[in-house]
Design a protein around this ligand. Structure first.
Ligand SMILES: [Zn+2]
Length: 527
Protein backbone atom coordinates (compact mmCIF):
# COMPACT_ATOMS: atom_id res chain seq x y z
CA UNK A 1 0.00 0.00 0.00
CA UNK A 2 2.72 2.46 0.98
CA UNK A 3 4.60 1.78 -2.23
CA UNK A 4 2.02 3.74 -4.25
CA UNK A 5 2.00 6.51 -1.67
CA UNK A 6 2.26 9.86 -3.48
CA UNK A 7 4.47 11.04 -0.60
CA UNK A 8 7.29 8.63 -1.38
CA UNK A 9 8.03 9.59 -4.98
CA UNK A 10 8.92 13.11 -6.11
CA UNK A 11 5.77 14.81 -7.37
CA UNK A 12 5.24 15.06 -11.12
CA UNK A 13 3.67 18.53 -10.73
CA UNK A 14 5.49 21.76 -11.68
CA UNK A 15 8.16 22.70 -9.11
CA UNK A 16 7.44 19.41 -7.31
CA UNK A 17 4.27 20.77 -5.69
CA UNK A 18 2.96 17.95 -3.47
CA UNK A 19 0.09 15.86 -4.88
CA UNK A 20 -2.36 17.12 -2.29
CA UNK A 21 -5.13 15.79 -4.52
CA UNK A 22 -3.88 12.23 -3.97
CA UNK A 23 -2.42 12.36 -0.46
CA UNK A 24 -4.59 10.90 2.29
CA UNK A 25 -3.85 11.40 6.01
CA UNK A 26 -3.14 7.72 6.74
CA UNK A 27 -0.19 7.88 4.31
CA UNK A 28 1.77 10.34 6.46
CA UNK A 29 3.08 8.16 9.32
CA UNK A 30 4.28 5.29 7.08
CA UNK A 31 5.99 7.86 4.83
CA UNK A 32 7.71 9.43 7.83
CA UNK A 33 8.89 6.00 9.05
CA UNK A 34 10.37 5.26 5.65
CA UNK A 35 11.96 8.73 5.45
CA UNK A 36 13.54 8.33 8.92
CA UNK A 37 15.05 4.98 7.88
CA UNK A 38 16.36 6.38 4.62
CA UNK A 39 17.92 9.36 6.40
CA UNK A 40 19.61 7.09 8.98
CA UNK A 41 20.98 4.94 6.16
CA UNK A 42 22.38 8.01 4.41
CA UNK A 43 24.09 9.19 7.60
CA UNK A 44 25.45 5.67 8.16
CA UNK A 45 27.02 5.81 4.69
CA UNK A 46 28.86 8.99 5.70
CA UNK A 47 30.15 7.75 9.06
CA UNK A 48 31.19 4.33 7.70
CA UNK A 49 33.79 5.95 5.43
CA UNK A 50 37.20 5.10 6.88
CA UNK A 51 39.23 7.84 5.25
CA UNK A 52 39.72 11.24 6.81
CA UNK A 53 36.73 13.60 6.69
CA UNK A 54 36.71 15.95 3.71
CA UNK A 55 34.14 18.46 2.59
CA UNK A 56 33.30 16.15 -0.36
CA UNK A 57 32.90 12.93 1.62
CA UNK A 58 31.11 14.41 4.63
CA UNK A 59 29.49 17.80 4.12
CA UNK A 60 28.15 17.22 0.61
CA UNK A 61 26.44 13.87 1.38
CA UNK A 62 25.17 15.33 4.66
CA UNK A 63 23.52 18.15 2.71
CA UNK A 64 22.06 15.67 0.23
CA UNK A 65 20.75 13.43 3.00
CA UNK A 66 17.23 13.63 4.38
CA UNK A 67 15.68 14.80 1.10
CA UNK A 68 12.71 12.44 1.45
CA UNK A 69 12.16 13.44 5.08
CA UNK A 70 12.38 17.10 4.15
CA UNK A 71 9.74 16.65 1.46
CA UNK A 72 7.35 14.59 3.62
CA UNK A 73 7.77 16.89 6.63
CA UNK A 74 7.19 20.13 4.70
CA UNK A 75 4.18 18.62 2.97
CA UNK A 76 2.72 17.52 6.33
CA UNK A 77 3.51 20.55 8.51
CA UNK A 78 1.99 22.90 5.91
CA UNK A 79 -1.29 21.05 6.42
CA UNK A 80 -0.99 20.55 10.18
CA UNK A 81 -0.64 24.30 10.77
CA UNK A 82 -3.29 25.48 8.28
CA UNK A 83 -5.85 22.66 8.15
CA UNK A 84 -5.43 20.48 11.23
CA UNK A 85 -8.48 18.24 11.18
CA UNK A 86 -8.88 15.83 14.14
CA UNK A 87 -7.15 13.15 12.11
CA UNK A 88 -4.18 15.40 11.27
CA UNK A 89 -3.93 16.45 14.92
CA UNK A 90 -3.81 12.82 16.05
CA UNK A 91 -1.03 12.13 13.54
CA UNK A 92 0.90 15.18 14.70
CA UNK A 93 0.71 14.02 18.32
CA UNK A 94 2.03 10.59 17.39
CA UNK A 95 4.68 12.12 15.16
CA UNK A 96 6.09 14.73 17.59
CA UNK A 97 8.21 12.38 19.79
CA UNK A 98 9.24 10.26 16.77
CA UNK A 99 10.46 13.32 14.88
CA UNK A 100 12.31 14.60 17.94
CA UNK A 101 14.01 11.21 18.50
CA UNK A 102 15.02 11.07 14.84
CA UNK A 103 16.48 14.57 14.85
CA UNK A 104 18.45 13.78 18.00
CA UNK A 105 19.73 10.52 16.52
CA UNK A 106 21.31 12.55 13.71
CA UNK A 107 22.54 15.66 15.49
CA UNK A 108 23.87 13.79 18.52
CA UNK A 109 25.57 11.12 16.35
CA UNK A 110 29.08 10.87 17.82
CA UNK A 111 30.75 9.51 14.66
CA UNK A 112 29.25 12.26 12.51
CA UNK A 113 30.27 14.89 15.05
CA UNK A 114 33.88 13.68 15.04
CA UNK A 115 34.05 14.13 11.26
CA UNK A 116 32.48 17.56 11.36
CA UNK A 117 34.69 18.68 14.25
CA UNK A 118 37.72 17.57 12.23
CA UNK A 119 36.59 19.67 9.25
CA UNK A 120 35.94 22.60 11.55
CA UNK A 121 39.41 22.39 13.11
CA UNK A 122 41.01 22.33 9.70
CA UNK A 123 38.90 25.02 8.06
CA UNK A 124 41.86 27.22 7.17
CA UNK A 125 43.68 24.36 5.47
CA UNK A 126 40.74 23.43 3.26
CA UNK A 127 40.15 25.06 -0.08
CA UNK A 128 36.54 26.19 0.49
CA UNK A 129 34.45 29.03 -0.85
CA UNK A 130 32.60 31.29 1.59
CA UNK A 131 29.35 29.32 1.55
CA UNK A 132 31.16 26.01 2.08
CA UNK A 133 33.22 27.43 4.90
CA UNK A 134 30.17 28.87 6.62
CA UNK A 135 28.33 25.58 6.12
CA UNK A 136 31.04 23.65 7.97
CA UNK A 137 31.02 26.25 10.74
CA UNK A 138 27.24 26.15 11.09
CA UNK A 139 27.02 22.35 11.23
CA UNK A 140 29.72 22.27 13.89
CA UNK A 141 28.10 25.05 15.93
CA UNK A 142 24.59 23.62 15.64
CA UNK A 143 25.60 20.08 16.60
CA UNK A 144 27.64 21.38 19.53
CA UNK A 145 24.72 23.57 20.59
CA UNK A 146 22.38 20.58 20.34
CA UNK A 147 24.63 18.59 22.70
CA UNK A 148 26.72 16.40 20.37
CA UNK A 149 29.78 16.82 22.60
CA UNK A 150 28.03 15.50 25.75
CA UNK A 151 28.69 12.04 27.21
CA UNK A 152 26.32 9.16 26.48
CA UNK A 153 24.36 9.39 29.76
CA UNK A 154 23.70 13.09 29.22
CA UNK A 155 22.71 12.45 25.60
CA UNK A 156 20.20 9.81 26.71
CA UNK A 157 18.57 12.22 29.17
CA UNK A 158 18.67 15.01 26.56
CA UNK A 159 16.85 12.81 24.03
CA UNK A 160 14.17 12.03 26.64
CA UNK A 161 13.74 15.71 27.44
CA UNK A 162 13.49 16.69 23.77
CA UNK A 163 10.88 14.01 23.08
CA UNK A 164 8.77 15.03 26.04
CA UNK A 165 9.09 18.70 25.06
CA UNK A 166 8.03 17.90 21.48
CA UNK A 167 4.92 16.14 22.79
CA UNK A 168 4.11 18.95 25.23
CA UNK A 169 4.51 21.64 22.57
CA UNK A 170 2.15 19.77 20.25
CA UNK A 171 -0.33 19.34 23.11
CA UNK A 172 -0.09 23.04 23.90
CA UNK A 173 -0.90 24.03 20.29
CA UNK A 174 -3.75 21.52 20.07
CA UNK A 175 -5.34 22.68 23.33
CA UNK A 176 -4.94 26.34 22.43
CA UNK A 177 -6.68 25.79 19.08
CA UNK A 178 -9.48 23.76 20.70
CA UNK A 179 -10.10 26.34 23.42
CA UNK A 180 -9.94 29.21 20.90
CA UNK A 181 -12.62 27.50 18.80
CA UNK A 182 -14.71 26.65 21.84
CA UNK A 183 -14.61 30.25 23.06
CA UNK A 184 -15.89 31.81 19.82
CA UNK A 185 -18.57 34.24 20.98
CA UNK A 186 -22.15 33.63 19.85
CA UNK A 187 -24.54 36.59 19.47
CA UNK A 188 -28.27 36.12 18.92
CA UNK A 189 -28.99 39.52 17.49
CA UNK A 190 -27.22 41.70 14.92
CA UNK A 191 -27.98 44.71 17.14
CA UNK A 192 -25.40 43.44 19.62
CA UNK A 193 -22.83 43.81 16.84
CA UNK A 194 -23.69 47.39 15.96
CA UNK A 195 -20.67 49.16 14.47
CA UNK A 196 -19.40 46.21 12.44
CA UNK A 197 -19.20 46.60 8.69
CA UNK A 198 -21.62 44.70 6.48
CA UNK A 199 -18.80 42.39 5.40
CA UNK A 200 -17.77 41.59 8.98
CA UNK A 201 -21.39 40.92 9.89
CA UNK A 202 -21.81 38.58 6.91
CA UNK A 203 -18.62 36.74 7.95
CA UNK A 204 -20.06 36.33 11.48
CA UNK A 205 -23.36 35.02 10.08
CA UNK A 206 -21.45 32.60 7.84
CA UNK A 207 -19.34 31.39 10.78
CA UNK A 208 -22.58 30.72 12.70
CA UNK A 209 -24.09 28.79 9.78
CA UNK A 210 -20.88 26.74 9.49
CA UNK A 211 -21.34 25.72 13.13
CA UNK A 212 -25.00 24.83 12.69
CA UNK A 213 -26.21 28.05 14.36
CA UNK A 214 -28.28 29.41 11.50
CA UNK A 215 -29.59 32.93 12.08
CA UNK A 216 -27.03 33.73 14.79
CA UNK A 217 -23.65 35.43 14.65
CA UNK A 218 -20.32 33.92 15.69
CA UNK A 219 -17.21 36.00 16.31
CA UNK A 220 -14.18 33.73 16.16
CA UNK A 221 -11.18 34.73 18.26
CA UNK A 222 -7.81 35.81 16.93
CA UNK A 223 -4.41 34.78 18.23
CA UNK A 224 -3.94 37.88 20.31
CA UNK A 225 -5.42 39.19 23.55
CA UNK A 226 -7.53 41.62 21.68
CA UNK A 227 -9.72 41.55 18.61
CA UNK A 228 -9.89 43.78 15.52
CA UNK A 229 -13.66 44.27 16.06
CA UNK A 230 -13.17 45.83 19.52
CA UNK A 231 -12.43 49.11 17.76
CA UNK A 232 -15.86 49.18 16.10
CA UNK A 233 -18.41 47.51 18.39
CA UNK A 234 -20.57 50.20 19.99
CA UNK A 235 -22.10 47.77 22.51
CA UNK A 236 -19.80 47.71 25.51
CA UNK A 237 -21.09 44.37 26.75
CA UNK A 238 -20.30 42.75 23.39
CA UNK A 239 -16.77 44.13 23.58
CA UNK A 240 -16.41 42.78 27.10
CA UNK A 241 -17.61 39.30 26.07
CA UNK A 242 -15.03 39.08 23.25
CA UNK A 243 -12.19 40.37 25.42
CA UNK A 244 -13.09 38.07 28.33
CA UNK A 245 -13.23 35.07 25.99
CA UNK A 246 -9.84 35.98 24.46
CA UNK A 247 -8.21 36.33 27.86
CA UNK A 248 -9.59 33.14 29.36
CA UNK A 249 -8.09 30.81 26.74
CA UNK A 250 -6.12 27.93 28.18
CA UNK A 251 -6.90 28.71 31.82
CA UNK A 252 -10.51 27.67 32.40
CA UNK A 253 -9.88 24.44 34.30
CA UNK A 254 -11.34 22.37 31.43
CA UNK A 255 -9.67 19.63 29.37
CA UNK A 256 -7.88 22.28 27.30
CA UNK A 257 -6.34 24.12 30.25
CA UNK A 258 -2.71 24.74 29.23
CA UNK A 259 -1.24 25.80 32.58
CA UNK A 260 0.11 22.40 33.68
CA UNK A 261 1.49 21.82 30.16
CA UNK A 262 3.23 25.19 30.21
CA UNK A 263 4.71 24.60 33.67
CA UNK A 264 6.15 21.25 32.63
CA UNK A 265 7.62 22.82 29.45
CA UNK A 266 9.33 25.51 31.53
CA UNK A 267 10.75 22.97 34.02
CA UNK A 268 12.06 20.64 31.33
CA UNK A 269 13.61 23.50 29.35
CA UNK A 270 15.45 24.59 32.52
CA UNK A 271 16.73 21.07 33.08
CA UNK A 272 17.84 20.81 29.45
CA UNK A 273 19.69 24.13 29.66
CA UNK A 274 21.62 22.96 32.74
CA UNK A 275 22.45 19.67 31.06
CA UNK A 276 23.92 21.66 28.14
CA UNK A 277 25.99 23.87 30.45
CA UNK A 278 23.79 26.98 30.59
CA UNK A 279 22.15 28.47 33.65
CA UNK A 280 18.82 29.29 31.97
CA UNK A 281 16.82 28.37 28.86
CA UNK A 282 17.10 32.00 27.72
CA UNK A 283 20.89 31.76 27.94
CA UNK A 284 20.83 28.54 25.93
CA UNK A 285 18.60 29.96 23.17
CA UNK A 286 20.28 33.37 22.76
CA UNK A 287 23.73 31.73 22.68
CA UNK A 288 23.16 30.86 19.00
CA UNK A 289 21.21 33.96 17.93
CA UNK A 290 22.40 37.40 16.90
CA UNK A 291 21.54 38.80 20.36
CA UNK A 292 23.98 36.30 21.99
CA UNK A 293 22.88 36.83 25.62
CA UNK A 294 19.65 37.37 27.63
CA UNK A 295 21.31 40.53 28.99
CA UNK A 296 21.49 41.99 25.46
CA UNK A 297 17.80 41.20 24.93
CA UNK A 298 16.87 42.72 28.27
CA UNK A 299 18.92 45.86 27.65
CA UNK A 300 17.05 46.38 24.38
CA UNK A 301 13.66 45.78 26.03
CA UNK A 302 14.49 48.12 28.89
CA UNK A 303 15.34 50.89 26.47
CA UNK A 304 11.89 50.46 24.92
CA UNK A 305 9.81 49.63 27.98
CA UNK A 306 9.73 52.85 29.96
CA UNK A 307 9.03 55.21 27.02
CA UNK A 308 6.36 52.74 25.81
CA UNK A 309 4.73 52.59 29.26
CA UNK A 310 4.81 56.39 29.57
CA UNK A 311 3.15 56.66 26.14
CA UNK A 312 0.47 54.16 27.12
CA UNK A 313 -0.31 56.09 30.32
CA UNK A 314 -0.66 59.34 28.37
CA UNK A 315 -2.87 57.59 25.84
CA UNK A 316 -5.09 56.21 28.58
CA UNK A 317 -5.59 59.68 30.04
CA UNK A 318 -6.61 61.02 26.64
CA UNK A 319 -8.96 58.09 26.06
CA UNK A 320 -10.61 58.50 29.45
CA UNK A 321 -11.16 62.18 28.76
CA UNK A 322 -13.23 61.33 25.65
CA UNK A 323 -16.90 62.29 26.08
CA UNK A 324 -18.90 59.23 27.14
CA UNK A 325 -15.85 57.17 28.12
CA UNK A 326 -16.69 54.76 30.95
CA UNK A 327 -15.13 55.05 34.38
CA UNK A 328 -13.43 52.80 35.33
CA UNK A 329 -11.98 52.35 31.90
CA UNK A 330 -11.44 48.69 30.95
CA UNK A 331 -9.17 46.83 28.54
CA UNK A 332 -12.11 46.14 26.22
CA UNK A 333 -12.72 49.92 25.88
CA UNK A 334 -9.22 50.80 24.75
CA UNK A 335 -9.48 50.10 21.00
CA UNK A 336 -12.97 51.60 20.72
CA UNK A 337 -12.00 54.94 22.28
CA UNK A 338 -8.67 55.00 20.41
CA UNK A 339 -10.76 54.91 17.25
CA UNK A 340 -12.97 57.76 18.57
CA UNK A 341 -9.96 59.94 19.41
CA UNK A 342 -8.54 59.24 15.94
CA UNK A 343 -11.80 60.32 14.37
CA UNK A 344 -12.29 63.51 16.42
CA UNK A 345 -8.67 64.64 16.82
CA UNK A 346 -7.09 63.50 13.57
CA UNK A 347 -10.17 63.02 11.39
CA UNK A 348 -9.11 59.47 10.53
CA UNK A 349 -11.69 56.71 10.48
CA UNK A 350 -9.79 53.45 9.94
CA UNK A 351 -13.01 51.42 9.60
CA UNK A 352 -14.00 53.65 6.68
CA UNK A 353 -10.80 52.60 4.86
CA UNK A 354 -11.97 49.01 4.33
CA UNK A 355 -13.88 49.66 1.06
CA UNK A 356 -10.57 50.83 -0.43
CA UNK A 357 -8.79 47.65 0.63
CA UNK A 358 -10.58 44.93 -1.32
CA UNK A 359 -8.41 41.81 -0.90
CA UNK A 360 -7.96 40.97 -4.57
CA UNK A 361 -6.90 44.50 -5.46
CA UNK A 362 -4.56 44.67 -2.48
CA UNK A 363 -2.97 41.40 -3.56
CA UNK A 364 -2.71 41.94 -7.32
CA UNK A 365 -2.44 45.71 -7.63
CA UNK A 366 -0.60 46.26 -4.35
CA UNK A 367 1.55 43.35 -3.13
CA UNK A 368 2.29 41.84 -6.57
CA UNK A 369 2.51 45.25 -8.24
CA UNK A 370 5.17 46.43 -5.77
CA UNK A 371 7.17 43.23 -6.40
CA UNK A 372 6.96 43.73 -10.14
CA UNK A 373 8.03 47.39 -9.91
CA UNK A 374 10.94 46.53 -7.64
CA UNK A 375 12.09 43.15 -8.89
CA UNK A 376 10.36 42.69 -12.27
CA UNK A 377 8.37 39.69 -11.05
CA UNK A 378 5.36 38.41 -13.03
CA UNK A 379 2.55 36.49 -11.36
CA UNK A 380 0.22 33.99 -13.06
CA UNK A 381 -2.53 32.22 -11.16
CA UNK A 382 -2.42 28.42 -11.63
CA UNK A 383 -5.95 27.21 -10.99
CA UNK A 384 -4.98 23.85 -12.48
CA UNK A 385 -2.69 22.93 -9.57
CA UNK A 386 -4.08 21.05 -6.52
CA UNK A 387 -3.78 22.38 -2.97
CA UNK A 388 -4.55 21.14 0.56
CA UNK A 389 -7.72 23.25 0.89
CA UNK A 390 -10.14 24.82 -1.62
CA UNK A 391 -9.42 28.33 -0.26
CA UNK A 392 -5.72 28.12 -1.14
CA UNK A 393 -4.60 29.85 -4.35
CA UNK A 394 -1.46 29.10 -6.34
CA UNK A 395 0.56 31.64 -8.31
CA UNK A 396 3.51 30.88 -10.55
CA UNK A 397 6.21 33.54 -10.48
CA UNK A 398 8.55 34.44 -13.31
CA UNK A 399 11.55 36.73 -13.26
CA UNK A 400 11.84 39.78 -15.48
CA UNK A 401 13.84 37.79 -18.07
CA UNK A 402 11.04 35.21 -18.27
CA UNK A 403 12.84 32.52 -16.28
CA UNK A 404 10.81 30.57 -13.73
CA UNK A 405 11.29 31.56 -10.08
CA UNK A 406 8.88 29.44 -8.03
CA UNK A 407 5.37 29.04 -6.65
CA UNK A 408 3.52 31.23 -4.17
CA UNK A 409 0.51 29.84 -2.30
CA UNK A 410 -1.88 32.16 -0.50
CA UNK A 411 -4.23 30.86 2.20
CA UNK A 412 -6.05 34.01 3.26
CA UNK A 413 -9.05 32.98 5.31
CA UNK A 414 -9.53 31.90 8.90
CA UNK A 415 -10.97 28.47 9.69
CA UNK A 416 -11.35 26.33 12.81
CA UNK A 417 -8.58 24.00 11.67
CA UNK A 418 -6.03 26.80 11.23
CA UNK A 419 -3.76 28.01 13.98
CA UNK A 420 -3.97 31.71 14.88
CA UNK A 421 -1.90 34.57 13.49
CA UNK A 422 -0.18 34.89 10.14
CA UNK A 423 2.97 33.23 8.84
CA UNK A 424 5.06 32.12 5.91
CA UNK A 425 6.43 28.64 5.46
CA UNK A 426 8.21 26.77 2.67
CA UNK A 427 6.92 23.61 1.00
CA UNK A 428 10.20 23.42 -0.90
CA UNK A 429 13.37 25.42 -0.27
CA UNK A 430 15.61 26.55 -3.07
CA UNK A 431 18.93 24.68 -3.31
CA UNK A 432 21.26 24.15 -6.24
CA UNK A 433 22.64 20.92 -4.78
CA UNK A 434 19.20 19.33 -4.76
CA UNK A 435 18.01 21.20 -7.85
CA UNK A 436 14.97 22.62 -6.05
CA UNK A 437 13.05 25.78 -6.83
CA UNK A 438 11.17 27.42 -3.95
CA UNK A 439 7.49 26.88 -3.08
CA UNK A 440 6.35 29.27 -0.37
CA UNK A 441 3.04 29.66 1.47
CA UNK A 442 1.48 32.66 3.18
CA UNK A 443 -1.22 32.12 5.79
CA UNK A 444 -3.49 34.81 7.22
CA UNK A 445 -6.63 34.64 9.35
CA UNK A 446 -9.02 37.01 7.57
CA UNK A 447 -12.73 36.31 8.32
CA UNK A 448 -14.35 34.91 5.19
CA UNK A 449 -17.37 36.87 3.97
CA UNK A 450 -20.52 35.11 2.79
CA UNK A 451 -20.48 33.89 -0.82
CA UNK A 452 -20.60 36.74 -3.33
CA UNK A 453 -19.51 39.41 -0.83
CA UNK A 454 -16.14 41.12 -1.27
CA UNK A 455 -13.33 40.63 1.24
CA UNK A 456 -12.60 44.11 2.57
CA UNK A 457 -9.40 44.24 4.59
CA UNK A 458 -8.48 46.47 7.50
CA UNK A 459 -5.25 48.47 7.34
CA UNK A 460 -3.81 45.93 9.83
CA UNK A 461 -4.66 43.06 7.52
CA UNK A 462 -3.15 44.89 4.52
CA UNK A 463 0.01 45.37 6.61
CA UNK A 464 0.03 41.67 7.50
CA UNK A 465 -0.27 40.65 3.84
CA UNK A 466 2.65 42.87 2.78
CA UNK A 467 4.63 41.67 5.80
CA UNK A 468 4.12 37.96 5.13
CA UNK A 469 4.84 38.49 1.45
CA UNK A 470 8.19 39.97 2.53
CA UNK A 471 8.99 36.61 4.16
CA UNK A 472 7.78 34.90 0.96
CA UNK A 473 10.20 37.02 -1.12
CA UNK A 474 13.01 36.08 1.26
CA UNK A 475 12.30 32.40 0.51
CA UNK A 476 11.75 32.98 -3.22
CA UNK A 477 14.94 34.97 -3.76
CA UNK A 478 17.22 32.47 -2.02
CA UNK A 479 20.14 31.50 -4.29
CA UNK A 480 22.15 29.02 -2.27
CA UNK A 481 23.95 25.83 -3.16
CA UNK A 482 23.31 23.95 0.08
CA UNK A 483 19.79 23.31 1.42
CA UNK A 484 20.94 24.13 4.97
CA UNK A 485 20.84 27.81 3.97
CA UNK A 486 17.73 27.61 1.77
CA UNK A 487 14.45 29.41 2.33
CA UNK A 488 14.40 31.77 5.29
CA UNK A 489 16.95 29.79 7.34
CA UNK A 490 18.64 32.73 9.03
CA UNK A 491 18.86 33.56 12.72
CA UNK A 492 15.42 33.79 14.27
CA UNK A 493 16.09 37.26 15.60
CA UNK A 494 17.05 38.49 12.12
CA UNK A 495 14.30 36.88 10.06
CA UNK A 496 11.87 39.81 10.43
CA UNK A 497 14.09 42.15 8.43
CA UNK A 498 12.89 41.35 4.87
CA UNK A 499 9.25 41.34 5.97
CA UNK A 500 9.57 44.76 7.58
CA UNK A 501 11.24 46.17 4.49
CA UNK A 502 8.30 44.95 2.40
CA UNK A 503 5.85 46.79 4.70
CA UNK A 504 7.45 50.01 3.50
CA UNK A 505 5.57 49.87 0.16
CA UNK A 506 2.05 49.85 1.68
CA UNK A 507 1.79 53.64 1.78
CA UNK A 508 4.36 54.30 -0.97
CA UNK A 509 2.51 56.61 -3.40
CA UNK A 510 3.18 54.58 -6.59
CA UNK A 511 1.91 51.44 -4.89
CA UNK A 512 -0.93 52.88 -2.80
CA UNK A 513 -2.39 54.80 -5.76
CA UNK A 514 -2.42 51.60 -7.74
CA UNK A 515 -4.28 49.36 -5.27
CA UNK A 516 -6.33 51.53 -2.90
CA UNK A 517 -9.43 51.92 -5.06
CA UNK A 518 -13.01 51.84 -3.79
CA UNK A 519 -14.36 48.35 -4.45
CA UNK A 520 -17.61 49.69 -5.94
CA UNK A 521 -16.72 53.02 -7.55
CA UNK A 522 -13.04 52.52 -8.36
CA UNK A 523 -12.35 55.92 -6.80
CA UNK A 524 -8.79 56.39 -5.49
CA UNK A 525 -8.23 56.88 -1.79
CA UNK A 526 -8.14 60.62 -1.13
CA UNK A 527 -4.80 61.33 0.52
ZN1 LIG B 1 7.16 38.21 10.35
Amino acid sequence: MTSDSPLLAPSDLPYGLPRYDRITPEQYLPAFEQAFAEHRREIGNITRVRSMATFENTMVPLERSGALLDRVARTFYTVSSADATDEIQRIEEQLAPLMSAHEDAIRLDGALYVRIAHLHENLDRLDLDDEQRYLAQRHYTEMTHAGAALDEAAKTRLTELNQRLATLTTTFEKQLLADTNDLAVVFDDAAELDGLSEGALSAAAQAATDRGLEGKYVITLTLFTGHPYLANLTNRDSRRKIMDASRSRGSRGNADDNRATLLEIVRLRAERARLLGFSTHAEYITDDQTARTPEAVEAMLRRLASPAAANARREQEALQATPGAPDPFAAHDWAFYTEKVRATTYDIDTAALRPWFEAERVLQDGVFHAASLLYGLRFTERRDLPTYHPDVRVFEIHNEDGSALGLYLLDLYTRDTKRGGAWMNSIAVQSELRGHAPIVVNNLNVPKPAAGKPTLLSLDEVTTLFHEFGHALHGLFATVTYPHFGGTAVFRDFVEFPSQVNEMWILWAEVLDNYARHFETGEPLDA
